[in-house]
Design a protein around this ligand. Structure first.
Ligand code: NAP
Length: 263
């Protein structure tokens, strides 16, 4: 069992990209971070080294969040190490392997995106929520108050990209997932939030870098730069500190102002 005074965060898909940025910002607050990953163990170990450098500590846990047995093992391992979970960060997600027009796109790609990007977080949140309710009933609390849940969705919740409809539909579902768990868990003091990142520099956007470089130069959103994983990480850390005690189901746009309508 590790140091029980540290808040315990479970960050899915934390080996690389946005998840790694989140893990590092939580480490700066002194968290123990369970770094979940799908297949890239080396990236997860690199992330853990950065977590330790930043003042946190953690463990890496391989688990495919789209798989029910893996989700159960993931929670089992976190509880085995720390005995509780104070903050769930649903971050893991994938882009479609092929960006296909919705008039051509395959059912196989749809199933993959729904399973990883929506069904996985939905049922992982169910498992963690049950555990969090039990912690609240037992009076187990981190230094930052009752447990919290945040989901990393996307501007794709409301932006129609006709060459990745599967991704948009899965992300739109996460918006409703946030509302549902926020409504259900408020009575326990467990608050639930959503972060909608814009275009963030990670492996996921590496293949479309030139497209986004041009959009940024052309002013597609007001803050004229790429988002960084730390931009999302800092928002996750701010929520984790418990500084929004009369807000739940809240959406935080971390998108350089993309969501603004301008004329
Ligand atoms: P990324 O660089 O491709 O990293 C994805 C992470 O998710 C990796 O750590 C990967 O693990 C993990 N992962 C993938 N499938 C998984 C599964 N089935 N089970 C567990 N972990 C899995 O992606 P990113 O850009 O950081 O994106 C992170 C999240 O932010 C995603 O939900 C994405 O949709 C969302 N988002 C991204 C952007 C953007 O512009 N980048 C914008 C809006 C929203 P391995 O390392 O083991 O492969």
């Amino acid at each position: 069992m590790s140091d029980s005074t540290r808040p315990v965060s479970l960050v899915t898909g934390a080996g690389r990209g946005i998840g790694r940025g989140i893990a590092i910002e939580l480490a700066k607050l002194g968290h123990s971070v369970a770094v979940n990953y799908a297949g890239n163990a080396a990236a997860a170990e690199e992330c853990l080294a950065l977590v330790r450098q930043a003042g946190g500590e953690g463990i890496a846990i391989q688990a495919d969040i789209s798989n029910a047995e893996d989700r159960e093992r993931l929670i089992f391992d976190v509880l085995g190490e720390y005995g509780r979970v104070d903050y769930l960060v649903n971050n893991a997600g994938v882009a479609p392997n092929v960006r296909a027009d919705i008039l051509d796109a395959s059912e196989e790609s749809f199933d993959r995106l729904i399973n990883i990007n929506l069904k996985g977080p939905y049922f992982l949140t169910q498992l963690v929520a049950i555990q969090m309710v039990d912690q609240v009933k037992r009076g187990l609390e981190s230094p930052f108050g009752p447990p919290k849940i945040v989901t990393i969705s996307s501007i794709s919740v409301y932006t129609a990209s006709v060459n990745r409809g599967d991704y948009c539909i899965a992300k739109a579902g996460l918006g409703m997932m946030t509302a549902l768990y926020a409504a259900r868990l408020a009575e326990y003091g467990i608050f639930v939030y959503e972060i909608r990142p814009g275009v963030i520099a990670t492996d996921m956007t590496g293949g479309v870098k030139e497209k986004y470089d041009k959009l940024i130069a052309d002013g597609a959103w007001p803050i004229k730069r790429w988002g960084e994983p730390s931009d999302v990480g800092r928002a996750v850390a701010a929520i984790g500190r418990g500084d929004f005690p009369y807000s739940t189901g809240e959406v935080f746009n971390v998108d350089g102002g993309f969501h603004l309508r301008t004329l």
